[in-house]
Write a protein that binds this ligand. Sequence first.
Ligand code: PLP
Length: 435
Amino acid sequence: MNTLNTLDTALAQARQNYIDKRPESLATFENATRYMPGGNTRTVLFHEPFPFRAARGEGAELIDVDGHRYLNLLGEYTAGLFGHTHPVIRAAVERALDDGVNLGAHNRYEPQLAELVCARFPSMQRVRFTNSGTEANLMAISSARVHTGREKILVFDGGYHGGLLYFAHGGIAINAPFPYLLGEYNATETTRALIRDNADRLACVLVEPLMGAAGCIPADKEFLGMLREETARAGAVLIFDEVMTSRLAYGGAQQLLEVTPDMTTLGKYVGGGMSFGAFGGLQRIMDLYDPRKPDALPHAGTFNNNTLTMAAGCAALRDIYTQDAAEALNARGDRLRKQLNAIARTRGLPVQFTGRGSMMNLHTLSGEVRHPADLDAANDALKELLFLDFLDAGYYLARRGFIALSLVVDDARLQGFAECYSELLDKRGALIAAV
Ligand SMILES: Cc1ncc(COP(=O)(O)O)c(C=O)c1O
């Protein structure tokens, strides 16, 4: 292969092409760096050479400040389930606006949303709302620690549970200082032993039924079943972080996988696309927060019950993401993932999409992916190249290859995406085969 065809050269050309086509995005990025570190206030959105700047969203599409249109396959990391401009969400938010914001009082929407959530996720006998999934997980862990009178939490290597709860390669410096044990995802017997060895100190196990940020790695049913069994035996609280995965079925991944946790955390789309989080679970745990009790724990948050989120969330769960809608969306995702994987397989190329239902992730390696360490051998430069190629063709997915389908991305558009993927694999086939 001559130098012009090497991965580095192809990537340099793709970056230059990206830069040349986005002068306005570059200018706004450079200005932003004068006020925000790296011009950024949300690290996950940063990528080289600089992120494009979205001007607006219309239905399933994003338009950037340079006038490029993209099919939005990222779906706001699962929160954008309804597309950018769903009329039902808009009407709900407008109604709430008409009644005034910042009421500083119990409003009519919060018990409605709580009822919808508890009916849908039966593990949540009682629920409380927060402003983000991060906060929901911090609250769930803290609740479990108070409930059990124990200190330790068990999380899994590579797990992401929020900005202060990220366990890539063992944890990050700004993590909340909970003493934690690190398990290996899907490693049933070693995790069983870890729980048994720490049974008297373990407050909770926090786990995603499919690891989202770590690369859409589904949990084995057997693994989750073991967690259910062993936490019950140890008297520890089993928390399912369903911030992303609750979209995988009407009643969340816990319904699909038939494992009922003690506590569940939610976020993302459940607030209809507004800032949202929720933690809930067994009444005997959640009643710690019953303010009618003299020793009740306080749970504060100015915006916990903000009317815009509460109203949008009610519309989202009651009127849009029905059982039928959830089934259809996730079936569409399963079909797409199979189609994309067949395209790579027929070409014998070491790329694949893992995931389940409407959540999937591109990986630049072959072989089974059962836990994040399996991805250590993936080629990141190749992933960046494909990401830039997709942008150039008008498809927006996460830099890390993540896709979360929204309800407004229809089959015809997905067929277009599959055809684009075929063309890319033909164009880049030699490079991919060589990595
Ligand atoms: C599984 C999981 N938990 C928690 C969070 C944190 O949610 P938020 O970004 O709303 O704080 C995320 C966000 O991506 C997530 O994927």
